[in-house]
Each structure stands twice: as C-alpha cells, then as structure tokens.
Write a protein that binds this ligand. Structure first.
Ligand SMILES: NC(=O)c1ccc[n+]([C@@H]2O[C@H](COP(=O)([O-])OP(=O)(O)OC[C@H]3O[C@@H](n4cnc5c(N)ncnc54)[C@H](O)[C@@H]3O)[C@@H](O)[C@H]2O)c1
Length: 310
C-alpha cells in the first residue's frame, strides 16, 4: 500500500519494537529518522537506511532536529520496566510522561499530521478472570508504569486533537520476537529463553497460572502500519493476539525446546503485575483491519535462534 506520508520519526527506534517498525517503514518506501538515547537500544539494531540521531526525548535540541521534514511520528521511546517503575516512579514519569509531553509540544506547528503512540496493556486494572478485555475495561493501573502510559495517552489525545493532528494510541500486549534486549525485568520470553540457553533455571513469579497475551513483534508492527494507513483518529486500540497463555505454559514450551532437563524456580508474585491480561482485538480488527498472523509456537524457534546468536 502506498503511504500518504513521506518521512517518519520513530522514537526508541534503536530498541526492540522500534527497530522492527523502522525496518517495515523503510520497506514501505518512507524515509525514517530514529531518535534514541541508547539507554537500552543498540546502534546495531538500526536498519540500514535510517537516519540516526542519538538523543533524549526530554531534550528539545535533538527532538527538533529529529522532527525536521517529518510528517508522521511513532513514539516508542520509553522506560519499559513495570517492576523498575515501582521504586523509580519519578524516573519513569520523567521519560514516559514528561518526555512524551516535550515531544508533543515540539511537534505542534511542524508538518507532523499523525502521532502513533506506543501504549500498554499495563493501563488496565487487573482482570479477575482470563477473558479478553476491550478498550473500555476499567483503567486503574497497578504500577506507576501503567499510570504513566495512561497519562501519556490522555495527553496525546488532548493535545493532538487541539492542534488538528491525527492521534492513535496503541495498547501493545506482551510482545515477543527477535531483538529484545535481555534485562532482569522485561520480556518473559526473552528472560526465560536467555536463562535456559545459559543452562540456568528460569524463575516463575507467583504460581505461573497468570495468563498473558503474547503477541509477535511482527503483528505489533502490522498494527502500527494499519494505524498509519487508516483515517481513524482519537481512538485507542488494543494490539495483541487475542489469545491467553499462562506463564507456566510458556516456560514449559521453552524448556522443552531448549533444555528439557531444567526445571523452573518459583518466587513470590511481583507487585504491579496483573493476574490476567488478554486483549480483545475486535475494535482493531473492525476499524484498522488489524489481523494477527503469527503464533508463539510458530515463532519460538526464530526467537531462540536470535538469542543464541546474540
Ligand atoms: N515489549 C513489550 O512487551 C511492550 C508492551 C507494551 C508496551 N510496550 C511499549 O513499546 C515501546 C517499545 O518498547 P520495547 O519493548 O521496544 O522496549 P526497548 O527498551 O527495546 O525500546 C525502547 C527504546 O527507547 C529508548 N529510550 C528510552 N528512554 C529514552 C529517552 N529518554 N530518549 C530517547 N530514547 C529513549 C531505549 O534506548 C530503547 O531503545 C515502549 O513505549 C514500551 O513501553 C512494550
């Protein structure tokens, strides 16, 4: 599909999701500029052909340089750890709330006509039962990270509407795929697989029966591209697989693939993490024509190979 946009800014484009998105935008024929402070992202993630600006989204100088000639922004830069946000709530808000506000202020009055925001399933309250939740489900976040993401959504909706900029916040669910940096906090698939590849026992927090919606990074990219091509504005969308899988099942699948002799450790459930988190994706299906095409069983080998090679 030909894009009506010519030049995209991907903040956080040296990170996991942003680098996959940058690659897909280049393949669609857009010029792509990436702004990233490399706090977690890596230069080596940047696809060939991107213009890279190293800088912080809170700093107006690199932000205004990055916005030169840009007509669409995909805002993915963030501090991404739910667990770290419990103690580092100021640092979390500095980037995820104030960084988003600085970016919004900088793009008003430029050629930018669409703002696609990476939000999160962490904006929702806990769901008592493992049923898919839609965009209207109660929003009482369990963590400062979720609170910041919800605030960023609301600010983006208000500020963009006030200045005639189309805005689409996308609530990503648990995203897996090649290229996610290993840290102790983020990405259960990457954490479990990395530990198993090292011959170490993975740790399951709680009883392992908590259910998550594991969505491929390729489907997350598809959601962003659909948001770009669509005329919808002012609407928030869940972007997930629509299918719930328990953390224990994911762990067992990875154990069977990587190290059948290793068994998991169990530790106390972590504060700030939901019991059940499954996306109802009907709205995105209907209004964005979003259709997840991947499955964990199909993609798991790709993820393991990428981690083994890294
Ligand atoms: N991975 C998931 O499961 C998931 C789920 C829901 C939402 N999200 C959201 O998706 C987006 C991308 O996440 P990801 O998983 O690719 O994480 P990531 O850490 O790989 O990517 C985030 C990027 O932002 C950069 N960054 C952080 N602070 C910055 C700052 N102040 N200025 C400039 N760059 C900065 C980092 O260096 C990194 O490259 C984030 O907004 C995250 O909150 C991710």
């Amino acid at each position: 599909m030909t894009s009506r946009y010519k030049r995209a800014l991907v903040t956080g484009g040296a990170g996991f999701i942003g680098s996959h998105l940058a690659r897909a935008l280049l393949a669609e024929g857009l010029e792509v500029v990436v702004l990233d402070d490399l706090s977690l992202g890596k230069r080596s993630n940047l696809p060939k052909g991107t213009q890279f600006i190293e800088g912080n989204i809170c700093d107006p100088v690199p932000v205004s340089r990055a916005l030169e000639g840009v007509d669409i922004v995909f805002h993915n830069a963030a501090r991404v750890s739910v667990r770290a946000s419990i103690s580092q709530y100021v640092e979390d808000a500095q980037v995820n709330v104030f960084g988003t506000l600085s970016l919004l202020r900088a793009l008003v009055g430029t050629r930018v006509s669409k703002f696609v925001l990476a939000s999160s399933m962490a904006v929702y309250s806990d769901s008592e039962t493992p049923v898919p939740i839609d965009e209207g489900f109660s929003q009482r976040p369990l963590s400062p990270y979720g609170t910041g993401k919800l605030a960023a959504e609301l600010y983006a909706l208000q500020i963009c509407a006030a200045h005639g900029i189309d805005v689409v916040p996308l609530r990503y669910f648990n995203t897996y795929g090649p290229g996610q940096a290993f840290t102790a906090y983020v990405g259960v698939v990457t954490i479990f697989a990395t530990k198993l590849l090292r011959g170490e026992q993975p740790t399951i927090f709680g009883d392992g029966l908590q259910v998550r919606d594991f969505v491929s990074v390729h489907d997350i990219v598809q959601g962003n591209l659909r948001a770009m091509h669509s005329d919808v504005t002012g609407q928030v969308f869940n972007i997930g697989s629509g299918i719930g899988v328990s953390v224990q099942e994911i762990c067992q699948l990875l154990i069977a693939k990587i190290a059948p002799d290793i068994s998991p450790l169990y530790a106390a459930a972590q504060p700030g993490e939901t019991r059940n988190s499954i996306a109802n994706i009907e709205l995105a299906r209907q209004r964005l024509d979003y259709q997840p095409t991947r499955s964990f069983e199909r993609d798991v080998d790709e993820v393991i190979e990428a981690l083994a090679a890294s």
